[in-house]
Design a protein around this ligand. Structure first.
Ligand SMILES: NC(=O)C1=CN([C@@H]2O[C@H](COP(=O)(O)OP(=O)(O)OC[C@H]3O[C@@H](n4cnc5c(N)ncnc54)[C@H](O)[C@@H]3O)[C@@H](O)[C@H]2O)C=CC1
Ligand SMILES: O=C(CO)COP(=O)(O)O
Length: 316
């Protein structure tokens, strides 16, 4: 809808042919955006190769762990000169690849023809055309500018950035931090705890990013602090909601079943921690989330674990 409002003709592909048909026929996607009229420029197409054929931009928004399988068969179908844009906020399990790396590998595109878009961009608010901003990053400045121009509207303001690593890590790790905030709120803890987790969460995202070559100024920006605030505050965030359910005592399976949609942080917490361990970076909140979600640590052990660490000076 944003791209269409910005003047692009948009073809949506999805794995459910009935949803694609409804988008083409009615310009509605009742399953994911009930009650929202999509612009007339948005149509649907059940054949993925037909959907990408001739497209200037191929915008990818499937769950991160599915991206490689969805994109690999389309490598030959992307038009020469087209740019792929990742909206995904995760890190691939098993390879620890960021999504721009997965997209580039799967579609056989060089880094300069891949862009990432990340920021405080909760889908329902954007569908309601509420004002927000975002970051478009690419290794190629012209590519970032091209994507930003294609999605700029009166309610959606893209800023360009050349720090792909930083922007992507912000998007992936804020989901893990939002899980931790949700868990704390599920235990009945208040705003001091939330602010502590968000602030120290940003520190550990920054620490990882700098170790992996990102730029320091990306982290207090929209993709970093901006998206952390939106995701940790919003009851619409799936990661926040899933954390809340865990904090209230549900098992991971029960929490996933009640949350709806993909909470990327559940799986990416593991790949992020793996990246951190390989880079020799300490990420205590991410580590604690992995322990609670995947290693059986009781939620009540979380605060004593984090607060019981040796004291240190504030900073990175
Ligand atoms: N929903 C939001 O507010 C935002 C989501 N994102 C990111 O966008 C990405 C996608 O998220 P959502 O659209 O919210 O997830 P979702 O879970 O709501 O839906 C993703 C879509 O992918 C489809 N899908 C799932 N597995 C698939 C597979 N194996 N093959 C093909 N299609 C498959 C689903 O049917 C659905 O249509 C995630 O990385 C998320 O972090 C980024 C910004 C905001
Ligand atoms: O990334 C998002 C907002 O920017 C959406 O967050 P959730 O995936 O937790 O719903």
């Amino acid at each position: 809808a944003v791209l269409a409002d910005a003047g692009c003709d948009v073809t949506v592909w999805g794995r459910d042919a009935a949803v694609c048909e409804a988008i083409a026929r009615d310009h509605r996607n009742e399953r994911y955006l009930p009650g929202v009229d999509l612009p007339a420029r948005v149509t649907g197409e059940a054949d993925p190769a037909a959907a990408v054929a001739g497209a200037d931009l191929v915008v990818v928004a499937v769950p991160s762990q599915s991206a490689r399988a969805v994109l690999t068969p389309l490598a030959g179908a992307v038009a020469p000169g087209a740019v792929a844009v990742s909206l995904m906020k995760g890190v691939e399990l098993a390879t620890d690849r960021r999504m721009s790396e997965v997209v580039g590998e799967a579609l056989a595109l060089p880094a300069g023809r891949v862009a990432v878009l990340s920021g405080p961009n909760l889908a329902a608010e954007i569908a309601a055309r509420q004002p927000t901003a975002t970051v478009v990053a690419s290794a190629d400045a012209g590519t970032a500018e091209r994507v930003a121009a294609a999605c700029a509207t009166g309610y959606f303001r893209p800023y360009t950035n050349d720090d792909v690593v930083g922007v992507e890590l912000c998007g992936a790790v804020k989901n893990v931090i939002a899980l931790a905030v949700g868990i704390s709120q599920g235990r009945g803890l208040g705003y001091n705890t939330m602010a502590t987790i968000i602030t120290r969460g940003l520190v550990e995202i920054t620490r990882l990013g700098l170790a992996l070559g990102a730029k320091a100024e990306t982290f207090p920006g929209l993709a970093g602090m901006g998206d952390l605030m939106a995701t940790c505050a919003s009851p619409d965030s799936r990661n926040h909601r899933l954390g809340l359910a865990i904090g209230r005592g549900l098992s991971l399976d029960e929490a996933v079943a009640t949350t709806g949609g993909t909470a990327e942080g559940v799986k990416s917490s593991r790949s992020v921690l793996d990246l951190a361990e390989r880079a020799g970076v300490e990420m205590p909140i991410t580590h604690a989330v992995v322990q609670v979600l995947h290693e059986g640590l009781p939620v009540d052990a979380l605060a004593p674990l984090l607060l019981g660490r040796p004291r240190k000076a504030e900073g990175l």
